[in-house]
Design a binder for this molecule. Structure first.
Ligand code: PEP
Ligand code: MN
Length: 267
């Protein structure tokens, strides 16, 4: 029997009964102004958890690899000025150390890191004795055992506020989606770990702005525990993932129109 020792993520939802747990913010922290403008607009709409990538693992060299530690004070400022919780991606122990020092409230592991057991073990070791929620994205390739192994490593380090993020899977075929959803994989993860929250990332599944709304609705219909969505104050000018980011008021509009049924079991 598969087992993980889990406790509640204990994170705030927005408009508690009306909306699911939502994490929103830009793909990357680019400048202090971009971070603060986006965060203020999200906070005004009632969003409670901010995301921004500080270290960006890129598939190929030459892309924007994130501002690194220089961006952490901006996340601190988001916390202080808006009261939102802040989250970022970690791929190495030094990212964990710097994030914890800066007061980051939630960490996620990116799809390229989940695929690497050595990196996962080092990350897990750096989280020993820390009480922080950690969300683990599925690996880029459709390998559920690698996803579970990554979750087990983090859990083995004593992290019980644990969740999974479904961000779709890389595929060479022509397709609508940037990353094929292969919904049966997160459903199988839920079957094996019924108490593990599984959050949907429509931004990296869809790769396109117009797919965010239908993917959010699909995730809710399927009983996902929440959403992590990329939102940018000026999406067309974003330094990474420009095509899939939506403005904060657009995200608010989308979420307002979601039909949320109660007690949907993930099947
Ligand atoms: C991201 O969240 O911006 C990101 C890089 O995602 P992924 O690891 O899913 O590609
Ligand atoms: Mn992104």
């Amino acid at each position: 029997m598969d087992d993980l020792r889990l406790t509640s993520l204990n994170l705030p939802g927005i408009n508690e009964n009306k909306r699911p747990l939502v994490i929103a913010g830009p793909c990357s922290a680019e400048t202090e102004e971009q971070v603060m403008t986006t965060a203020r607009q999200l906070a005004e709409k009632g969003f409670k958890i901010f995301r921004a990538g500080v270290w960006k693992p890129r598939t190929k060299p030459g892309g924007f690899e994130g501002m690194g530690e220089a961006a952490l004070p901006w996340l601190q400022r988001v916390k202080e000025e808006t009261g939102m919780l802040v989250s970022t991606e970690v791929a190495m122990p030094k990212h964990v150390e710097a994030s914890l020092k800066a007061g980051v409230d939630l960490l996620w592991v990116g799809a390229r890191t989940t695929a690497n057991p050595f990196a996962m073990q080092e990350l897990a070791d750096s989280l020993k004795g820390v009480d922080i929620p950690v969300l683990v994205k599925n690996p880029v390739n459709p390998d559920i055992e690698l996803w579970i192994g990554a979750l087990e490593r983090i859990n083995g380090a004593g992290i019980t506020r644990l969740g999974a993020i479904h961000r779709g899977f890389s595929s060479i075929d022509q397709k609508i989606y940037r990353n094929a959803p292969m919904w049966h994989i997160p459903i199988e993860l839920h079957r094996r770990f019924p108490n593990l929250p599984v959050i949907c990332d429509p931004s990296h599944i869809g790769g396109r702005r117009d797919l965010i709304a239908p993917l959010c609705q699909q995730a809710m219909d399927m009983g996902f525990s929440g959403l992590i969505v990329e939102s940018h104050c000026n999406p067309d000018c974003a330094w990474s993932d420009a095509k899939q980011q939506v403005m904060p008021d657009v995200l608010d509009f989308i979420l307002d129109r979601l039909v949320i049924r109660e007690n949907v079991e993930m099947t």
